[in-house]
Design a protein around this ligand. Structure first.
Ligand code: DX5
Ligand code: ZN
Length: 217
């Protein structure tokens, strides 16, 4: 398995103290920063556009991990690539078919940006399995996308185990990311099942940031 990476979600960041929180992140062992982009259509919530990422990019050296929860990822991914995203993850549910999903993977990679594909809790990963070499990451949602602070759905770990088996068998470098309800306890379960990239929002930003991230590693 690859190095374990923690990707704190800025969805839960305290925006009344942005500089302070970025400074804490700098002191922490977090290597990535997770941006939950929501369009009010694919999910019933609305967040931010690419300018926010540009601001973080000026203030932080972290790897910019963009999670698009939008109905039109082909358009929105371009905006975030131009803003400086290092990884774009979009949802399989937004693609007409697997061919369209793979075409978007290819397009994002052609811009020298890494690509991930995400599945909601009720979506199977079976369709993705033969094509993992087209993806740098698969994101397993362990809550219904849309809001931070929800409870972890432990049965999503079955998908993680299947993915880990496939990745090891084929000696691929595709990362397995999990997102939603991650804390010290559920993070350990996710790692044991085969995740190598943990997103955490409320668990990190509602307490001492450095210590919370340490507890996930
Ligand atoms: C949910 C988002 C998550 C969210 C996680 O739609 O994709 O990234 O911020 O928040 P927590 O860690 O609080 O469940
Ligand atoms: Zn996310």
């Amino acid at each position: 398995m690859q190095e374990l990476i923690i990707s704190p979600s800025v969805l839960s960041l305290d925006y009344s103290d942005m500089n302070g929180q970025i400074e804490e992140l700098r002191k922490s062992k977090a290597k990535w920063l997770h941006f939950d982009v929501m369009d009010g259509h694919f999910v019933p919530n609305l967040t931010f556009g690419p300018d926010l990422l540009k601001g973080f990019k000026k203030a932080s050296e972290l790897f910019m991990d963009v999670h698009l929860m939008v109905s039109d990822p082909a358009t929105v991914s371009k905006w975030f690539i131009d803003a400086g995203a290092d990884l774009i993850t979009f949802h399989l549910e937004t693609c007409e078919n697997i061919e369209a999903c793979l075409a978007l993977c290819k397009e994002i990679r052609s811009r020298q940006v890494k690509v991930g594909v995400s599945v909601k809790p009720n979506t199977s990963i079976n369709e993705l399995l033969p094509h993992l070499d087209h993806m740098d990451l698969v994101l397993i949602m362990s809550v219904e996308p849309g809001f931070g602070g929800q409870a972890f759905m432990a049965d999503m770990l079955d998908k993680v185990k299947v993915l880990r088996h496939e990745i090891e068998q084929r000696q691929l470098t595709t990362r397995i990311q999990i997102d939603g309800g991650i804390n010290e306890e559920t993070g350990k379960q996710a790692i044991a099942a085969g995740c190598d990239t943990l997103v955490a929002g409320s668990y990190v930003f509602r307490r001492d940031i450095v210590k919370a991230i340490d507890s996930l590693l």
